[in-house]
Design a binder for this molecule. Sequence first.
Ligand SMILES: [Zn+2]
Ligand SMILES: [Zn+2]
Length: 236
Amino acid sequence: MATVATPAEEEYLQTLFWLQEAGLAMTGANIARAMQLSAPTVHEMVGRLERDGYITRADDKAISFTPEGAEHAEGIVRRHRLIERFLTDVLGIPWDEVHEEAERLEHAMSPVLEERMLAAIGDARTCPHGHPITAGRRIEGVPLADVETGAQVTILRFENEAEDLLRYLKGSGLEPGMAGTLAETGDDEVVVEHPGGRVAVTRSVAETVSVLADPSPPPRVALPAQLVLGERPYGR
Ligand SMILES: [Zn+2]
Ligand SMILES: [Zn+2]
């Protein structure tokens, strides 16, 4: 039976959940890419998660959650997204500043506080970056970078919540929920026109933005490197 998970273990469980949610293989190599950590560091922590009963490892190194690990990972991701939504909607903090705060708060939240926060955010069902608070409610999308000129797009989600990237996205004017038309798509830039103006982002950033598009390009699985969750205070 697992003991109480440490914040470092919870960070790894959260990353594994993100990989699974994005349709990526749950492997040590993908954790290392997403968390920007060395292979030996990840290897050690994956061993600890296995010993503590949160995951199992197959012969081909594929990682699976145990029922307890899945429940714990879901809980930490749910609290992270709920805290982000609370910080933006209730406290009025801009959405490019809430991810790192949620990283700190998510490990120390009681069920009672979680219930109160959930009541405080009203009808909101996603974090301010578009990720579903309740597991299993994710709407599949396509990368903005794949959409052809002239298509109608609705911004679903920012897949990568690294602080510098969120700051860039905020500065660009792109918002989850925004609807517009794909005005230009080139080697350097992707431009969306919407009733309030024009938004341009670099092609590499457009790879990390999931949208609904009409007409839609075929679905494509993201790359682990596009899912970098930013600098981590734990597990180094
Ligand atoms: Zn976040
Ligand atoms: Zn978020």
